[in-house]
Design a protein around this ligand. Structure first.
Ligand SMILES: Nc1ncnc2c1ncn2[C@@H]1O[C@H](COP(=O)(O)OP(=O)(O)OP(=O)(O)O)[C@@H](O)[C@H]1O
Ligand SMILES: [Mg+2]
Length: 216
């Protein structure tokens, strides 16, 4: 699958949650995966450190890299691992741009209640620019923290809005994660949601997302 990046212009959308879960799930399938933390906050690295203490879960190698030379470093890492999963941090950072320049796939989490068409338009332009240099890049928007209350229609409204806007360089994924405290609890223990094991609905949603990611 090569290089995938979890990124976006906004903070707190779920990039680290998705990157760490996907990395752990790939490791569980026996893939040689590297989690590359390019966010100076170091949340993914912290997760990987806590994970070292957890018993009977596959190890996820994690390194932090920033700044100039990142694109070349990512290309080099790609040769040594089956998969490189990049957590790109919460801004239109230099790291995000470098990662988009070399990745095969970008995943951009969006929260329906934080939905901000301007940042999605920005991402569409950024992806267009990156695709000019990197024709292998495909970019996906994935809804996160969708309300688990069926009376709340933000998920449907966001999908309708995305369909109306027709962003030329972004594909909206079918799978989505709901707002579930289990995702926070699992992360605190350095685990993927399925390894934590106490919320089957959350696990099923992450599995569906994983399958869609693996289908490419
Ligand atoms: N589906 C979800 N349900 C409940 N909580 C979630 C969900 N996804 C993420 N969170 C929580 O929201 C917070 C922000 O998520 P996360 O750290 O993954 O976002 P981020 O995009 O990496 O943020 P940053 O921009 O700061 O790097 C965390 O506390 C995380 O546990
Ligand atoms: Mg993060």
């Amino acid at each position: 699958m090569g290089i995938m990046v979890f990124g976006g212009e906004k903070g707190g959308t779920g990039k680290t949650t998705m990157a760490t879960n996907i990395a752990a799930m790939l490791a569980a399938e026996g893939r040689d995966v590297l989690l590359l933390d390019t966010d100076r906050q170091g949340t993914a690295s912290f997760w990987a450190t806590i994970r070292e203490e957890a018993e009977s879960v596959p190890r996820v190698s994690c390194v932090q890299k920033f700044g100039k030379g990142l694109a070349a470093q990512i290309r080099d890492l790609e040769k040594r691992y089956d998969e490189v999963v990049i957590d790109a941090g919460g801004r239109d950072s230099m790291e995000l741009r470098y990662a988009l320049g070399v990745a095969n796939r970008a995943y951009i989490p969006v929260q329906p209640f934080q939905f901000d068409i301007w940042t999605i338009r920005q991402m569409d332009s950024l992806v267009e620019m990156a695709q000019g240099l990197n024709s292998s890049l495909r970019a996906f928007v994935v809804l996160n923290r969708v309300s688990a209350n069926p009376a709340v229609q933000e998920d449907r409204e966001t999908r309708e809005y995305m369909a109306t806007e027709r962003f030329a360089h972004l594909v909206l994924m079918e799978s989505a994660l709901k707002d579930r405290i289990a995702f926070r609890k699992a992360a605190r223990d350095g685990l993927a949601i399925g390894e934590w094991g106490l919320d089957q609905k959350a696990h099923a949603e992450m599995n569906q997302f994983f399958e869609e990611v693996c289908r490419g």
